[in-house]
Design a protein around this ligand. Structure first.
Ligand code: IPM
Ligand code: MG
Length: 358
């Protein structure tokens, strides 16, 4: 029997609460499926670790998780530590060296969840955003000089490589092909950014030729926000740069009902390194320790992990269990307007996993 090794990195804020819930649910689904096992190793990296050791993770941190089959991540972010330190010291310190270049963010209105869009009642909004996750505006190229003087200057260079753009386009066209509508929207800003975004568009056209069965269109990112709100049914698979997709995916999550539900996979499609799965909501310090964090984002991310393992039956079972639970409004956490607690939602999903009809 295959046993998958999972590195759990709860991180900060509500991260530990939702990762604990995620591990419970994953263990329940493995037990119910019976065809595979899980070994979960926990790494207490993040803000508290930083306060003790002056870094977010140990120097050999990546070596400790390199051999795992996947990473389950909670969140990085701490009220006492600047965000760019927590981010670059942990999350990007894993994503970038492990070459998790395809960030995949499915968005759907789950049963029982209300979209803020009047005309959306479920099927009108079913998207997957593919975010370039290794370069672009997050390349980390730039600098700051003359600090403290009136001549102070700073740059953040958005760096795009042909190899980086080709591989994310190929990934996105491939994903679009695997979905029933076979339709991709390429988000750009080549009207204003006349170098990298023009190359981005050219490469999209080139890669499109490899996928004659996929229809695609191109959308400027500003106009894209309008289309997401006004004509959500005209979208399916979406590919965008690191920063554009960061912004669009928050919009997508909230249009689907709550940031608390939205999942992410940071994939290294070649499987040279482990891929990382995480809810997109962040550390949410305002509700930390209250037991009311919505664990659904972590559960849905766990579905993506099981799919990545090739455990399709278990993944589908967990997704059905999630949808059964969201369908019952008594099990909604406060972000969804309810009064349920993390533990109630977790127990209900585990019940549903063991239930005969799920
Ligand atoms: C996300 C988050 C991160 C990002 C933050 C925490 C830096 O917003 O995963 O979307 O911008 O990548
Ligand atoms: Mg974001």
């Amino acid at each position: 029997m295959k046993t998958y090794a999972i590195a759990a990195i709860p991180g900060d804020g509500i991260g530990p609460e939702v990762v604990d819930a995620g591990v419970e649910v994953l263990e329940a689904v493995a037990k119910r499926d019976g065809g595979f096992g899980l070994r979960v190793d926990r790494f207490d990296w993040g803000g508290e670790y930083y306060k003790k050791h002056g870094r977010m993770m140990p120097e050999n941190g990546r070596d400790l998780i390199r051999k795992h089959d996947a990473i389950l991540f909670g969140s990085a972010g701490h009220p006492d530590i600047p965000d760019h330190i927590t981010l670059w010291g942990l999350r990007l310190a894993i994503c970038q060296p492990f070459d998790q270049y395809a960030n995949v963010r499915p968005t759907r209105v789950l049963p029982g969840i209300t979209s803020p869009l009047r005309a959306v009642d479920g099927p009108e909004l079913d998207w997957v955003i593919v975010r370039e996750n290794s370069e672009g505006e997050y390349a980390g190229v730039g600098g700051r000089v003359h600090q403290g003087s009136p001549l102070e200057a700073a740059t953040d260079v958005a760096m795009f490589t042909r190899a980086g753009v080709e591989r994310i386009m190929r990934f996105a066209f491939g994903l679009a092909r695997s979905r029933s509508r076979k339709f991709l929207t390429v988000v750009t800003k080549s009207n204003a950014q006349r170098h990298a975004m023009v190359m981005w568009d050219e490469i999209a056209t080139q890669i499109a030729a490899e996928f004659p069965d996929v229809t695609w269109d191109k959308m400027l990112v500003d106009a894209m926000t309008m289309r997401m709100v006004m004509r959500p049914q005209t979208l399916d698979t979406i590919v965008a740069t690191n920063l554009h997709a960061d912004i669009l995916s928050d919009l997508a999550a909230v249009l689907a009902g709550s940031l608390g539900i939205a999942p992410t996979a940071n994939l290294n499609p070649e499987r040279a390194f482990p891929s990382m799965f995480e809810p997109i909501h962040g550390s949410a310090f305002d509700i930390m320790g209250k037991g009311i964090a919505n664990p659904i984002g972590t559960f849905w991310s766990s579905v993506m992990m099981l799919e990545h393992f090739g455990e399709q039956a278990a993944a589908a079972r967990l997704m059905r269990a999630i949808e059964k639970v969201t369908g019952d409004r008594r099990l909604h956490t406060p972000d969804l307007g309810g009064t349920a607690r993390t533990a109630d939602v977790t127990a209900a999903v585990i019940d549903a996993i063991h239930g005969a009809n799920v």
